[in-house]
Design a protein around this ligand. Structure first.
Ligand code: FAD
Ligand code: SIN
Length: 539
């Protein structure tokens, strides 16, 4: 089966949907999404969107905080652009129908939350369910647009590129490497569809599932980075994996985050004996930058041998807690934890991928017609450590920029015919009978990434991880070519690829900076390493 469209958008989170809504003004958009259309990190975002609304705040302060968090690697021009555009993008969401929380004083005054590393209150939020509210409205608006079609349970497998067509003798052109769409697996019937498009957008989100413990939903298997990288797109800064300091620690709780906004409203971290410890690590104490807090908890746990630390907000008024954090309150209560009375057991977990596919200031990758936006991209905003709540902001800003730029490209190329792409070739594949191999490899990757490429790294641990991933990659290559593709197999192939990229970037960087902390090089080394780690298939 073959489908032709102007824009193919892969992923239905804040980045993909925001792009789709803007692009639909200039052409036909198909959004493919590998599960239910609501399912993605956006839907689970709690804290909110950072932007300057408080009269006591300023663009300069937001820029300063972002640069400080990025630990020398954020690109100042990009930071300024994103920060300055923030209020306009948030107003746009409001005009689409998003309800953000307001203060009691007036219906027009946004209630601004505070999170780690922010010198002012600037987090626009919908109580602790911000992402759900934004996703709900974006989906509603996309559903009403006649130029947008959303296909659920459709998983992108690989891009259709010029080199692939040349290899198959379909074209001979020598122009620059170009993307003409993607092969997409219909998960319900197992068929692979050829999608031909003039513009292709990777908006597939993050890769938390590469690690054993993560705040991310199951879709976060780094597909976009793996798909892009396999086709020659440059990736950057993959060593900077952000660990959120406070995920609920409970045997029955899967991936539940306790928002940094809880610390913003006075929550304090305690050890098992009830002692505060953040004052020993940073002057900003519990509201220090996220890398510092996660590392401090890791050190406390290693020192004490305890399984978790505690986050206590019970000194605040119970009515306030229930009103400000209804989702966290209700969810913890299901696990018999009443946060108005007792501290919450928490541990750090993999949360956000600061690196990704390298893009320019309009979200363009080095492959013509291919854009990357949202968590899958490395735009230069986050540097070595993302400032809290800057991710939804980045997605909004870059989705719009990419859509405007790609509309120009669409217009310029509209008279050129799309090449004819071959159908997906299943080769000599037969149904896989050994799914146990897939789940075994998944488990192994996630465990050694947690143990060897986690919050604290060493050369020896990285070398061990490298040896393990090479063996697994060999096995996957054999398996992938011998069997029909399934969602599980594709995701395994992708997390293995992303794990390999994280290990490679982490091994290249011979210093400690931001989220990358290597005990063999504990200091930051600006003389040699104040630069992005850029890697590509071409070397
Ligand atoms: P996502 O929202 O993750 O969407 C990715 C989409 O791609 C999904 O629809 C998925 O199904 C689809 N997809 C993936 N692979 C494929 C494939 N191969 N084929 C087809 N479709 C595919 N950031 C903030 O700024 N503020 C916050 O308060 C905040 N809180 C967070 C809380 C949690 C629990 C988590 C996990 C993250 C939080 N973040 C927050 C980070 C932020 O939510 C994400 O970075 C952001 O939502 C990413 O948006 P996205 O559109 O890039 O990806
Ligand atoms: C949170 O609410 O703590 C998450 C915010 C973020 O990841 O930016």
């Amino acid at each position: 089966m073959e489908i032709t469209t102007d824009y193919l958008v892969i992923g239905s989170g804040i980045a993909g949907l925001s792009f789709a809504l803007q692009a639909a003004e200039s052409g036909k958009v198909v959004v493919v999404t590998k599960k239910d259309k609501m399912e993605g990190s956006t839907n689970y975002a709690q804290g909110g969107i950072a932007s300057v609304f408080d009269p006591e705040d300023s663009f300069d302060l937001h820029v300063k905080d972002t640069l400080q968090s990025g630990d020398g690697l954020s690109h100042e021009d990009i930071v300024k652009d994103v920060v300055h555009e923030g209020p306009r993008r948030i107003q746009e969401l409001i005009s689409m129908g998003v309800h953000f929380s307001h203060t009691r004083k007036g219906r027009d005054e946004l209630d601004l939350g505070r999170e780690g590393g922010h010198s002012k209150r600037r987090i626009v939020h919908t109580k602790d369910l911000t992402g759900h509210e934004v996703e709900r409205i974006l989906l509603a608006r996309a559903g009403e647009h006649q130029n947008i079609e959303i296909l659920e349970n459709h998983m992108a497998v690989d891009l259709i590129t010029k080199s692939k067509l040349i290899r198959r003798g379909i074209i001979t052109s020598e122009t620059s490497e170009t993307c003409w769409g993607a092969y997409v697996l219909n998960v319900d019937d197992g068929n692979v569809i050829t999608f031909l498009s003039r513009i292709t957008v990777l908006s597939t989100g993050g890769a938390g599932k590469v690690y054993l413990y993560t705040s991310n939903p199951d879709i976060a298997t780094g597909d976009g980075v793996a798909i892009g990288y396999r086709s020659g797109v440059k990736a950057a800064n993959m060593e900077f994996v952000q660990f959120h300091p406070t995920c609920l620690y409970h045997p029955l709780a899967k991936n539940f985050l306790i928002s940094e906004a809880v610390r913003g409203e006075g929550g304090i971290l305690l050890d098992k004996k009830g002692n505060r410890f953040m004052e020993h690590y940073h002057p900003l104490k519990d509201l220090a930058f996220r890398d510092v807090v996660a590392r401090s908890i890791d050190m406390e746990l290693k020192k004490s041998g305890d399984e978790c630390v505690y986050l206590d907000i019970s000194h605040r008024d119970a009515g306030f807690i229930k009103d400000r954090f209804p989702h966290i309150y209700e969810t913890c209560l299901k696990f018999q934890i009443d946060i108005t009375r007792t501290p919450i057991p928490v541990v750090p977990a993999a949360h956000y991928m600061c690196g990704g596919l390298l893009t320019d200031d309009h979200g363009r990758t080095n492959l013509a017609n291919l854009y990357a936006i949202g968590e899958v991209a490395c735009t230069g905003l986050h540097g070595a450590n993302r400032l809290a709540s800057n991710s939804l902001l980045e997605a909004l800003v870059f989705a719009r920029r990419s859509a405007l730029k790609s509309a120009e490209e669409l217009e310029e190329g509209k008279d050129k015919p799309l090449p004819k792409a071959p159908r997906w070739d299943p080769g000599t594949a037969t149904d896989s009978e050994e799914l146990v191999v897939v789940s075994h490899n998944w488990e192994e990757i996630r465990r050694f990434m947690w143990n060897y490429v986690g919050i604290v790294r060493t050369n020896k641990r990285l070398a061990r991880a490298k040896a393990r991933i090479e063996t697994i990659q060999d096995e996957i290559r054999e398996y992938y070519w011998n069997f029909l593709v399934t969602q599980d197999l594709l995701e395994l192939r992708n997390i293995a690829m992303v794990a390999e990229l994280i290990i490679r970037c982490a091994s290249l960087r011979k210093e400690s900076r931001g989220l990358h902390y290597n005990l063999d090089y504990p200091a930051r080394d600006d003389e040699h390493w104040k630069q992005d780690t850029v890697i590509s298939l071409q070397g």
